[in-house]
Design a protein around this ligand. Structure first.
Ligand code: SF4
Length: 168
């Protein structure tokens, strides 16, 4: 038996509503942006291009690929859902943590600083292209935190992860 699964991508020019690029891939939409945007740019023979894409039709690596090819991406960031950690209350979702690019840390809603060792962990995907790397951020302050039960069910404390290219 052979399993066949393909995903068809199309780019449309918003002035004339003409299809300017098509692509058939065997990975999901999260990993499709760079290739179709680049194909659209090449077909239009332009130096720069702005692409407007659906929410969720991207990941950091794909946006980075666009950026390196003078393609500006306009995309809504997915609304942060509830944490996978069942104990996390809305006030402690990832969106409530402040990222500091200068020192690569997060400040939690209680003002504690979550740091990373800088080590990259690897998350494998269905295909090599859909895998990614991420760093972990933690603080020892969680152990004594009075609202820990609202923030995480993890006994060692809250742990955030950030995929590569997440903050370009
Ligand atoms: S459990 Fe940790 S991350 Fe969560 S609010 Fe308390 S100190 Fe901050």
């Amino acid at each position: 038996m052979v399993e066949v699964s393909y995903n068809i991508q199309a780019a449309v020019d918003n002035k004339h509503n003409l299809v300017i690029a098509t692509h058939t891939i065997n990975r999901n939409d999260l990993n499709a942006l760079g290739a179709i945007a680049l194909e659209a740019k090449e077909n239009l023979q332009v130096e720069t291009l702005t692409v407007l894409v659906d929410k969720g039709y991207h990941n950091g690596r794909e946006i980075d690929q666009c950026k390196k090819n003078n393609i500006t991406t306009i995309v809504a960031h997915p609304t942060p859902g509830r944490s996978k950690e069942s104990a996390t209350q809305p006030e402690y979702l990832v969106a409530q943590f402040q990222y500091n690019k200068s020192d690569d840390t997060y400040i939690c809603p209680k003002g504690e600083t979550l740091k990373t060792t800088g080590r990259w962990h690897k998350k494998s995907g269905r295909t090599e292209q859909s895998g990614y790397q991420f760093k972990k951020y933690r603080t020892p302050a969680c152990k004594e935190c009075p609202v820990k039960h609202l923030c995480t069910s993890r006994s060692a404390g809250r742990e955030l992860s950030e995929a590569n290219h997440e903050y370009l």
